[in-house]
Write a protein that binds this ligand. Structure first.
Ligand code: SF4
Length: 733
C-alpha cells in the first residue's frame, strides 16, 4: 500500500504566525488571555493552556483584568471589541491573520451612504462576525448560490441603489465563489469584487480534489470544528471513501485493509506532529511487523491508560447551568464547574449543541482534565458516548447478545459492519457467511446480525461473527422442524445441490433429499433434467429415518397410468407411433410414457412372418385399445380389429408373455418383473450409497467447522496483534 501526503497539509502561514506570536507573548507576559481558542486544535490549545494562557469562552470583556494582555486570534474580532479592550487599558496583541485583516480593511473603507457589502461565508463563523464588525454600510451574508438568489430578490432595492462590493470568508469554497461571482456579474455592471479567499485554502482544496481522485481512500486530519478541515473532508468524500480523524488515536486499522493507495491531507490548524503520528500509525498497520520492544510498548500503554483513567477520565452526570456561544457549563456535583466545549459534545459535526441542550438538562460526560487553579473540569460528552458504546459492546460479547448493523465496507480480509452507534466492527471473511467460500460482495450495504467474539474497548477493536448467528438460527430452525415434522407434510424448499442420485433441498433450515427416482415418472439420467440449483420446489416428506429426510416431488396426477386411466378406455381408437419391434409384435406409444403391444397376430388381417413386413419404425398407425391391465401395467392394441373385412385367417391365441417389457414405466412393486427387480436392487444400492454420502458430507462439514474455528482463532489473534500496534501508536501519543 502507498501512502501519499498532500504537499500543503497542516499549518498554514497564518497559523504558524499566530502560534509564534502566542508563544512569544506567553514568554514576555504572565497574565495573557485569548478571546476563544487560538486555533481549532485541542492539542495546541492545551499546550498554550499549560503555559499559562487563559481562554475566554464568551466575549464578556469584564471577565478580563484590565492589566491583562489579550491576544486577538487568527479569526480576528469585531472592531468594537478591540476598541473596548484598548479603552479598558488592556495590552492588545493583534494576531489576526493578514488575509482576514485585508477583508476587515475592505469592509471598513466602504461608504456607509453609497455602498452595500456582500460577504460570502457562514454568518455564525467568528471570522465573518469579526469582518461584519468593521462595516458601517448595509451588509448581507450568503452561504451558497441559493442564499444569494434569495438575497438578490429580497434586497433588490438596496442593491440597485448602491455600489455592490463582494468579498469572501477566507475558507469559502472556491467553486461556489466563482459561481456566485458569475451570477452577480449578470446583475450589476458596477460590481466591485475582492477575491479574499486565502491562497492556503485554495491550494489545500485543489490538492484534496486531485489527490482524492487518484487514491482509493483519503484520511483528513484535523478538527471536526475547523471550517477548512471539514471543507477538505467534503471535497474528498465526494471522490473516494474518506475518514476524518483528529489524531492517530481515532484511526482504525480496518480502514486501510484492501486499499492500494491512501492519500492524507490535513487542515490548516493541524500541527505537524499530529500528521506525523497519523502517518506512522498507518505505516505500522501496513507493515504489521512485531518489533522486539512491542511487549514493553504494550505494557507501557496499558499502564498509561490505566493511570489516566484513575486520575482523570471519570464519568459524571452534570446538570446544565448555562450555555454560551462556545460551551456548556454544568454542575457536576463537585467544587469545580464542569465545562463542556461544543467541540466535545458530539462526533457529528452537524450537531448544534445550542439547539439540543437547555438549562436543567442532565448530560453524561467524561472528565478529561481538572484545573484546580481555575476551578474547572473540562468535560467531553462525545468521548463518554464513544466509551459507553464500547462498554456496551464488551457486555454484548459476554452475554452473547445479537447486535445489528450495516455492512459498510468489504476488504480482502473480511467486511466492516457499522453499528447504529457508529462503531466499526471487523468480521473476518470466514465468519461472514454460513459456509466457507461464499462471496462477500453480496453483503455490501446489507443489514446483518452478528455476535461480538473479541473486543478491546481501550484499543477500539472489535471482531464479530455473522456465522455464529446463522449457525444458531440454523440450529433453532432444525429444532423447530423436528418438533413438527411428519410424513406427508408439504414444504416449499430451495434446491441447494445436485448429485447423481438426487437433489438436496433446503426446506427451512434443514436439508432433505429427493431421490432421482422421485423426481420424475420418466426415467432420467441426472436430476438436472428436472431441477436446478436455486429452483424453488414443492415437496413433501416421504420418510424420516435416522435423521435423514426423504422427500417426494413427483405427483400422482403426472403418473402416465393415472393419465391413461382418466383419458382412454378399452375399445377406444387412438393414433399410436411405432417405437419398437420384436418377433412377437410391435410396441406403439399411445400417450407419453406408455407403449402398448400390437401382437403380431393383430397387425394385419393375414398371417405375417414378422412385424416389419407391415409396419415401419416411427410411423403413426390407428389402433384399437383391446385390453388394459393396470396391475401388470400392460396395454394391448390391435390394428386388425379396425380392418373392414375382419379376420381373414384363423386367429392364434395371444400368448401371455410375462417377460415382455410392455411398458417402460412400471411403478407398481407388488408384481415386480425381472427388470423391476433389477431396478429395485439398483435403487437399494443407490440408497446405501446415498446414506454413505450424507454421512461423509456431515463428517466433512464437522471437519470444516473445526478448521474454521481454528482459522477464526488465528484471525482473532491477528486482530489482537494489530490492536497492539495501534496501542503502540497511542502510547507514543
Ligand atoms: S487558512 Fe488562510 S486565512 Fe486562515 S489562518 Fe491560514 S493563512 Fe490565514
Amino acid at each position: 500500500m502507498t501512502i501519499r501526503l498532500a504537499e500543503h497539509a497542516g499549518f498554514c502561514d497564518g497559523v504558524k504566525r499566530i502560534v509564534r506570536i502566542v508563544d512569544e507573548t506567553l514568554e514576555q507576559s504572565s497574565n495573557v488571555y485569548s478571546l476563544g481558542e487560538v486555533i481549532h486544535n485541542d492539542r495546541v490549545n492545551d499546550g498554550f493552556r499549560e503555559k499559562g494562557l487563559k481562554f475566554l469562552g464568551s466575549q464578556d470583556l469584564s471577565d478580563i483584568p484590565t492589566d491583562a494582555t489579550v491576544i486577538l486570534r487568527a479569526h480576528g474580532v469585531p472592531k468594537a471589541v478591540e476598541e473596548e479592550l484598548r479603552a479598558r487599558g488592556n495590552t492588545v496583541v493583534d494576531a489576526t491573520c493578514p488575509f482576514v485583516k485585508r477583508t476587515e480593511t475592505i469592509a471598513e473603507k466602504l461608504d456607509p451612504e453609497k455602498d452595500v457589502f456582500l460577504l460570502a461565508g457562514d454568518v455564525s463563523h467568528p471570522e465573518v462576525q469579526a469582518i461584519l464588525g468593521y462595516a458601517e454600510c448595509p451588509v448581507f451574508v450568503f452561504r451558497d448560490e441559493a442564499e444569494l438568489d434569495a438575497l438578490l430578490s429580497e434586497q433588490a432595492d438596496v442593491l440597485r441603489n448602491r455600489t455592490v462590493t463582494v468579498a469572501a470568508q477566507t475558507t469559502f469554497p472556491v467553486q461556489v465563489w466563482h459561481t456566485c461571482v458569475k451570477k452577480l456579474n449578470l446583475f450589476y455592471t458596477k460590481l466591485v469584487i475582492f477575491d479574499t479567499i486565502c491562497k492556503a485554502t485554495e491550494e489545500r482544496q485543489y490538492e484534496a480534489e486531485v489527490l482524492s481522485n487518484q487514491c482509493d481512500r483519503m484520511v483528513v486530519v484535523g478538527s471536526k470544528h475547523s471550517s477548512n478541515t471539514t471543507k477538505l473532508y467534503d471535497i474528498c468524500r465526494r471522490n473516494c471513501e474518506t475518514c476524518l480523524v483528529e489524531s492517530a488515536w481515532e484511526l482504525t486499522p480496518a480502514f486501510q485493509i484492501g486499499a492500494n493507495t491512501i492519500g492524507v491531507t490535513a487542515g490548516a490548524s493541524t500541527p505537524p506532529v499530529t500528521i506525523k503520528e497519523v502517518l506512522e500509525a498507518m505505516s505500522e498497520v501496513e507493515n504489521k511487523q512485531v518489533n522486539e520492544s512491542e511487549e514493553n510498548f504494550e505494557e507501557l500503554f496499558e499502564q498509561s491508560v490505566a493511570a489516566e483513567e484513575d486520575s482523570n477520565s471519570k464519568f459524571v452526570a452534570g446538570t446544565v447551568l448555562a450555555i454560551t456561544n462556545t460551551e456548556i457549563q454544568l454542575d457536576i456535583g463537585r467544587k469545580h464547574t464542569g465545562i463542556l466545549k461544543f467541540e466535545e459534545y458530539s462526533y457529528d459535526p452537524t450537531v448544534n449543541p445550542a439547539e439540543e441542550v437547555k438549562v436543567g438538562d442532565v448530560i453524561n460526560c467524561m472528565i478529561m482534565k481538572t484545573n484546580d487553579v481555575e476551578g474547572t473540569d473540562m468535560l467531553s460528552k462525545r468521548r463518554y458516548d464513544s466509551q459507553n458504546a464500547w462498554v456496551e459492546l464488551d457486555e454484548a460479547k459476554e452475554s452473547g447478545e445479537i447486535l445489528e448493523g450495516n455492512v459498510t465496507d468489504i476488504n480482502k480480509g473480511g467486511i466492516i459492519v457499522t453499528t447504529e452507534k457508529g462503531i466499526r466492527v471487523f468480521v473476518p471473511g470466514s465468519l461472514a457467511t454460513k459456509s466457507r467460500g461464499e462471496p462477500l460482495d453480496k453483503l455490501l450495504k446489507t443489514h446483518v446480525r452478528f455476535q461480538i467474539i473479541e473486543v478491546d474497548p481501550r484499543k477500539r477493536r472489535a471482531v464479530g461473527s455473522i456465522r455464529a448467528v446463522l449457525k444458531e438460527e440454523e440450529k433453532a430452525a432444525k429444532e423447530k422442524f423436528w418438533a413438527t415434522a411428519a410424513e406427508g407434510q408439504t414444504y416449499t424448499g430451495v434446491v441447494k445441490s445436485l448429485t447423481s442420485y438426487g437433489a438436496f433441498v433446503d426446506i427451512g433450515g434443514v436439508d432433505g433429499m429427493i431421490h432421482i427416482s422421485e423426481l420424475s415418472w420418466k426415467r432420467i439420467k441426472h436430476p438436472s433434467e428436472v431441477v436446478n440449483v436455486g429452483d424453488t420446489v414443492e415437496v413433501y416428506i416421504k420418510s424420516l429415518e435416522d435423521g435423514r429426510i426423504s422427500l417426494g416431488y413427483k405427483k400422482d396426477e403426472d403418473n402416465p397410468w393415472y393419465v391413461l386411466q382418466h383419458t382412454y378406455q378399452v375399445g377406444d381408437v387412438v393414433d399410436a407411433k411405432v417405437v419398437g419391434m420384436t418377433s412377437f409384435g410391435a410396441f406403439a406409444n399411445i400417450i407419453p410414457g406408455i407403449d402398448g403391444l400390437i401382437h403380431i397376430s393383430q397387425i394385419a388381417d393375414r398371417r405375417i412372418e414378422k412385424p416389419d413386413d407391415v409396419l415401419t419404425q416411427g410411423e403413426t398407425v390407428k389402433v384399437k385399445i383391446t385390453d388394459i391391465d393396470y396391475d401388470k401395467k400392460r396395454v394391448s392394441l390391435s390394428i386388425r380389429a379396425l380392418l373392414d373385412n375382419g379376420p381373414a385367417y384363423e386367429e392364434e391365441p395371444e400368448e401371455e408373455d410375462d417377460d415382455a417389457p410392455v411398458s417402460v414405466y412400471d411403478t407398481d412393486v407388488d408384481v415386480p418383473t425381472p427388470v423391476e427387480e433389477a431396478e429395485a436392487a439398483a435403487e437399494e444400492a443407490e440408497e446405501v450409497a446415498e446414506a454413505a454420502a450424507i454421512e461423509a458430507e456431515e463428517l466433512k462439514e464437522a471437519a470444516e467447522d473445526a478448521e474454521e474455528a481454528s482459522e477464526a482463532a488465528e484471525e482473532v489473534a491477528a486482530a489482537a496483534e494489530e490492536a497492539a500496534e495501534e496501542a503502540e501508536a497511542a502510547a507514543e501519543e
